[in-house]
Ligand binder design. Structure first.
Ligand code: MN3
Length: 200
């Protein structure tokens, strides 16, 4: 069975005005869809066909002759994770256990956001910035292009897409401003807290 573009967890205009329907129409409807379509073409007729997305990613990671498969499979996974990292009416400091952990790890929510913005600004070219649980410790990590945090004991909790296509229509070149709005208005802490709980 071919890979399918997962449904968006909200309507395309649900994050207006902070993340526009126009951006989502391209980012989800074109970019994310193209990764799915390309992946299906690349695995057709190979022993990867019919496997789960996660199994394909694990099977080809680190193999230079399978770089194109990895790039497209990882980008399918990363984008689905990104859509779930936002929600209508999101944003603001998290409450509960995850909120307490962020204060312990970063000093305050504001300091966490500043550190995340610095990681976003510091990612040269295209990539992703993640909040992860690293063997119990919360950390901010950034990855290049399609890469995801995959070290043993490292679990992604949420992600911000910092490819230009993720923010250029709404924020032009202002990547840190986009990251600020992500944490002020868009972030889905329920999703991050669920992912954190699953690591315990
Ligand atoms: Mn993207």
């Amino acid at each position: 069975m071919a890979f399918e573009l997962p449904p968006l967890p909200y309507a395309e205009d649900a994050l207006e005005p902070d993340y526009s329907a126009r951006t989502i129409s391209f980012h989800y409807g074109k970019h994310h869809k193209t990764y799915v379509d390309t992946l299906n073409k690349l695995v057709a007729g190979t022993d990867l066909e019919g496997q789960t997305l996660e199994a394909v990613i694990m099977a080809v990671a680190g193999k230079p002759d399978k770089q194109a498969v990895f790039n497209n499979a990882a980008q399918v996974w990363n984008h689905t994770f990104f859509w779930n990292s936002m929600k209508p009416g999101g944003g603001g400091a998290p409450t509960g256990a995850l909120g307490d952990e962020i204060v312990v790890a970063f000093g305050s929510y504001a300091e966490f956001v500043e550190a995340f913005k610095a990681a976003a600004a510091g990612r040269f070219g295209s990539g992703w910035v993640w909040l992860v649980a690293d063997n119990g410790d919360l950390k901010i990590v950034s990855t290049s292009n399609a890469e995801m945090p995959a070290a043993p004991g490292v679990t992604p909790l949420l992600v911000v897409d910092v490819w230009e296509h993720a923010y250029y229509l709404d924020y032009q070149n202002l990547r840190p401003g986009y990251a600020q709005v992500f944490f002020d208005k868009l972030v889905n802490w329920d999703f991050a807290a669920m992912n954190r709980a699953n690591t315990k």
